[in-house]
Design a protein around this ligand. Structure first.
Ligand SMILES: NC(=O)C1=CN([C@@H]2O[C@H](COP(=O)(O)OP(=O)(O)OC[C@H]3O[C@@H](n4cnc5c(N)ncnc54)[C@H](OP(=O)(O)O)[C@@H]3O)[C@@H](O)[C@H]2O)C=CC1
Ligand SMILES: N[C@@H](CC=O)C(=O)O
Length: 374
């Protein structure tokens, strides 16, 4: 038998080396995901020299220049630290910054999402984990994709669904190769899977919500997770990526936010959430008595999108999800008898940042020349 020797050297990180000049990257939002992204770019070491972070901001500080290498304080001590002046930032990126340039939006802010189209039209790649720009009207979604195609740049949003899991690209590949998505079923909120799993383990609803926030699984406002909005947005993005035209108003959503707290200020909302602890303890116990577990399940078919809480049998794949796991089952013309399944952790700063970084590298590798005018 031939013998093989294995090298102990670390794997070489894929680089954008086909590209002669360094890739400039602007990171908007240095919260859970943005900070993890900066750490991962830094950790690429020599392989990472092809990525040059030229600026970053939070809602209170904006800075040009390479961020501080201290991962805990990436914006500390850099020049021009001041709240972001978005029109000025976008002008500078659109008109003065050398290409290739990737704008990463890790803010979750609707104001920042408004700038994707002008940035794309100015020849800037846009990579985003934020679902906001993709879940406005169908026409707005189409415009972003057209802007990217016309400018010959990439608009990549893999991490809007399933964080670092390959879900959006899988759906894109199915469509690009002539398959037709017939339906998608899934548990697609890391926060809600974690929440129901914690309830089964004896936590109260309100404690589990705080733990999901502390672990960085939740949206910047956790009510977006609890209201089902985050799951509805993910299904809207998947349906649109699969080629279906769907408006947000067409999605049927069940909310876990008590009506009495819907309009409460954020901290008051978190403080008073314990009022629903008994309700969720009983609902979880009732499911367990039927050998089932609660999951927040979404379903897409050409007839529509519905998302809500369901008791699912505990001995099924959906019933066995725990921690911050997601599971997507995609049924297509080719995957008809048995669906294509993607499963794994679907939330959290490090897996999300890794997906964003992969999108940055792919954006530059796959950039195409602009399409000729019609
Ligand atoms: N966490 C996760 O597991 C996942 C998150 N995502 C998405 O990633 C995005 C970021 O999430 P996450 O990192 O958890 O959120 P955080 O709340 O931890 O961070 C948000 C960051 O954006 C900054 N910010 C907010 N508004 C603005 C603005 N108008 N201009 C500049 N900066 C702004 C905040 O600054 P400040 O602190 O000053 O307010 C903060 O630095 C969201 O869109 C989320 O949906 C996607 C997949 C998974
Ligand atoms: N808040 C989301 C994060 C990813 O989109 C979740 O919990 O799944």
């Amino acid at each position: 038998m031939a013998s093989h020797s294995f090298s102990a050297s670390p794997p070489v990180a894929p680089s954008t080396s086909s590209c002669p000049s360094p890739v400039h990257v602007y990171v908007a939002g240095v919260g859970d995901v943005g900070a993890a992204l900066l750490r991962q770019i830094d950790a690429r070491g020599d392989a990472g020299r092809d990525l040059h972070v030229i600026g970053a901001c939070t809602s209170r500080r904006a800075a040009w220049g390479a961020p501080n290498r201290d991962p805990e304080a990436p914006l500390a001590g850099v020049d021009e630290a001041a709240p972001p002046d978005w029109p000025a930032i976008v002008d500078r990126l659109a008109q003065e910054t050398p290409r290739p340039l990737v704008f990463v939006d890790a803010t979750g802010s609707p104001d920042v999402a408004d700038y994707y189209e002008p940035l794309l039209r100015a020849g800037v790649h846009v990579v985003t984990p934020s679902k906001l720009a993709n879940t406005r009207s169908q026409a707005a979604f189409d415009r972003l994709r057209e802007a990217a195609a016309e400018a010959g740049v990439q608009y990549r949003y893999e991490t809007t669904v399933g964080a670092g899991l390959p879900v959006v690209q899988t759906v894109r590949n199915l469509v690009a190769t002539g398959d037709r998505v017939r339906s998608i079923r899934g548990v697609v909120s890391g926060t809600l899977t974690f929440l129901f799993s914690a309830l089964r383990d004896g936590s109260s609803f309100s404690e589990a919500v705080r733990a999901a926030v502390d672990r960085g699984y939740a949206e910047p406002d956790v009510r977006d997770d609890l209201s089902g909005t985050d799951v509805a947005r993910k299904f809207l993005i998947l349906a649109r990526t699969a080629g279906y035209a769907v408006e947000p108003t067409e999605v049927q959503v069940e909310s876990l936010v008590p009506d009495s707290l819907a309009d409460a200020p954020y901290e008051a909302f978190l403080d008073r959430l314990s009022t629903v602890d008994p309700y969720w303890r009983e609902r979880s116990a009732a499911a367990a008595a039927e050998s089932a577990v609660l999951q927040y399940v979404g379903r897409f078919s050409p007839e529509g999108i519905e998302v809500g809480v369901e008791p699912v049998p505990g001995d099924t794949a959906l019933g066995q999800l725990g921690a911050q796991e997601n599971l997507f089952e995609v049924t297509t013309d080719r995957y008809a008898a048995v669906p294509l399944v993607v499963r794994g952790p679907g939330a959290g700063p490090s897996v999300t940042a890794a997906g964003v970084l992969a999108d940055v590298l792919t954006a530059v590798r796959e950039a195409r020349p602009p399409s000729p005018p019609a």
